[in-house]
Design a protein around this ligand. Structure first.
Ligand SMILES: [Zn+2]
Length: 419
């Protein structure tokens, strides 16, 4: 058993009764070719052509939905754990106008004087202190230690926002706007904008204290989570926030469903357009997919390091899903499909092989079965270009009870478009 405690405190048995979208290559193709997907991608293209996209750093958490994905590139990592200097690449792209750092928390935990809770990534940082040395070799915990700057998701976000703003020589603004995954509500806690060698900073004073190492939630949250005066923000940011709140009001979030993270699928992709745009029927609702971004460099290559970072985060899903396989209503109990989309089909296939291998290693370490050996598990791979699926396939993975991968066969493949 993993020594890292699984958080099953929010068990939600009725969740199993929710109807889930189907994850088959036929359903994905139909969804991607739908009128809704084409319209989404066309509107996204308009925002892109107007150089007015937001770069959003969010958590991979399935409950974290982006109502304004239509005008954004969404970069998902556990705990919104970007490397700001590396993420300077998409952020400083001419199509992007500003950035939103969006860690998440459960609104019901946000009470005056207390640290907001609810993201497993931040929990891992906190718990890391209490686990034995052997376990510290776990790539997931190494990821958390490297990429999550503070156990408080908002202070972590504050540090990232400041570092990211520094990468913009033209002074693109960065806001810290944490997401309450129970309601989808958004607040603007901080604003940074580089002005030459100085930094315009609208963050409340109490929130600066933890940057110097004096973290005291009773002081930081004496008045709850701050929300900056919107009049102080540039109009393109207030427009974004206004559209966000309008869209959310029209599509309110089912709070009951949001209590436990239990998506049908987890996806790893190089595509910065949100899957809710190009697979709307499958991914538009919250809690439908845990998603991770595979970072590409300027030559569109994914370095071995960045592949490992994605695989380390995938452990979070695999571990919960295996441990909770027989407990309905718990985290990742229903997660039965793994999906990989990159801009190169052979790369997706190779990376899928690495994911299977990584699940096998994890099974050995945790003394648990491999996720791929459980019933009804599915692996979908594909090639995607500008939100359009170019090719899609399904891989039949056979794993012996002793954990050895017996087969890795592509059983179906479908060419979608010929550009
Ligand atoms: Zn999270």
């Amino acid at each position: 058993m993993p020594r890292l405690e699984l958080d099953n405190s929010l068990k939600n048995p009725d969740l199993d009764e929710y109807e889930r979208p189907s994850h088959t290559i036929e359903a994905y193709l139909e969804d991607n070719l739908s009128e809704e997907a084409s319209l989404n991608l066309a509107v996204h293209q308009d925002f892109q052509s107007a150089n007015s996209l937001a770069y959003i750093s969010a958590c991979g958490d399935a409950r974290q939905q982006e109502p304004m994905a239509i005008r954004a590139y969404v970069d998902r990592r556990i705990g919104a754990g970007i490397n700001p200097e590396k993420s300077g690449l998409p952020f400083n792209h001419p199509r992007v106008r500003f950035a939103v750092i969006r860690p998440h928390y459960a609104g019901s935990t946000a009470v005056p004087g207390k640290t907001p809770q609810g993201c497993g990534g931040h929990l891992a940082v906190k718990e890391r202190r209490h686990i034995d040395r052997q376990y510290e070799a776990d790539p997931l915990l190494i990821y958390a230690a490297d990429r999550i700057a503070h156990e408080d998701p908002l202070i972590h976000g504050l540090k990232l926002a400041r570092r990211l703003a520094r990468t913009s020589s033209e002074g693109k603004p960065v806001i810290l706007a944490p997401y309450d995954h129970e309601t989808g509500g958004i607040k603007v806690v901080a604003y940074y904008q580089r002005r030459g060698e100085t930094m315009l900073d609208l963050t409340p004073w109490d929130f600066h204290l933890p940057l110097d190492g004096q973290y005291d939630p009773t002081k930081v949250y004496a008045n709850g989570i701050p929300d900056l005066d919107r009049n102080a923000l540039p109009s393109f940011i207030t427009d974004y926030l206004g559209d966000y709140e309008h869209t959310l009001a029209q599509n309110p979030i089912d709070q009951f469903q949001q209590r436990t993270q239990d998506p049908g699928a987890f996806m790893i992709t190089t595509e910065l357009r949100d899957s809710a745009l190009w697979l709307p029927r499958t991914y538009e609702k919250p809690n439908s997919g845990f998603r991770l971004t595979l970072y590409q460099d300027q030559d569109r290559r994914v370095s071995p390091d960045d592949q490992n970072i994605a695989l380390a985060q995938a452990r979070y899903v695999l571990r919960h899903s295996v441990a909770n396989a027989n407990i309905p209503g718990t985290s990742f109990h229903s997660t039965r499909t793994a999906v990989i989309f990159t801009d190169n089909y052979s790369f997706s296939r190779n990376f899928a092989g690495r994911l299977v291998q990584s699940a096998q290693e994890l099974a050995g370490e945790d003394k648990m079965p491999s996720w791929f050996s459980l019933p009804d598990r599915r692996l979908i791979i594909g090639e995607i270009n500008n939100g359009q699926i170019q090719r899609i396939g399904k891989i039949d993975v056979g794993v012996d009870p002793d954990g050895f991968v017996r087969k890795f066969d592509e059983i179906e493949t479908n060419i979608h478009r010929n550009n």
